[in-house]
Design a protein around this ligand. Structure first.
Ligand code: HEC
Length: 153
């Protein structure tokens, strides 16, 4: 008897929690936040590359590798944060095309992974070589944003 009562109380508590969690479940804010943080880091890495190209920061082969490695890690992780329940909310700029054309989005991710890996492998030793390698990588930003990001700024 006692057992059954505590069970129904537990069920009641659970359904209450489910009602409260409802809107949060419909918008997976954690996934949105995580992927936006990854892209912010991507933006930072690109800025550091830009500073080197403008002569505002010093080039080193180690720094070049670090920038491309950071970008490659982001390219590998980014695609894991687009569950169905994260299409809207949290100021996301993710375009519906991500879920409507998953094969194309996957291809854009793989291209970004491949191009950042190629830049790591190229291991540029001077600013000219760095400029060339970064140029290849940076085409991915524009390409993917055109198709898969709604820029709200
Ligand atoms: C494979 C696709 C893809 C590639 C490649 C890509 N991005 Fe993005 N980027 C996105 C998407 C999608 C968003 C929107 C994410 C969201 O708001 O949920 C985004 C958002 C951003 C943001 C805004 C982050 C925020 O919320 O503040 C910045 C900055 C950014 N990208 C920079 C870059 C740079 C720089 C590169 C290239 C070095 C790049 N991106 C390459 C898909 C991509």
């Amino acid at each position: 008897m006692i057992q059954r009562r505590s069970l129904s109380l537990a069920v009641l508590a659970l359904s209450g929690a489910a009602i409260l969690a409802g809107p949060a479940l419909a918008q997976n804010l954690d996934a949105i936040k995580t992927r936006q943080e990854l892209m912010k880091d991507n933006g930072k890495a690109a800025k550091e590359a830009g500073a080197i190209l403008k002569g505002e920061a010093e080039f080193s082969a180690d720094k070049a590798t670090e920038i491309f490695t950071r970008m490659h890690d982001i390219a590998v992780k980014f695609g894991d944060h687009f569950p169905e329940d994260s299409k809207t909310g949290g100021d996301t700029e993710a375009a519906p095309a991500i879920w409507e054309k998953p094969a194309e989005f996957e291809a854009a991710l793989v291209k970004y992974q491949d191009d950042t890996q190629a830049a790591i492998d190229a291991a540029p030793q001077d600013v000219d070589a760095f400029k060339q390698a970064f140029g290849q990588v940076a085409q991915n930003c524009k390409g993917c944003h055109e198709d898969f990001r709604i820029d709200k700024d």
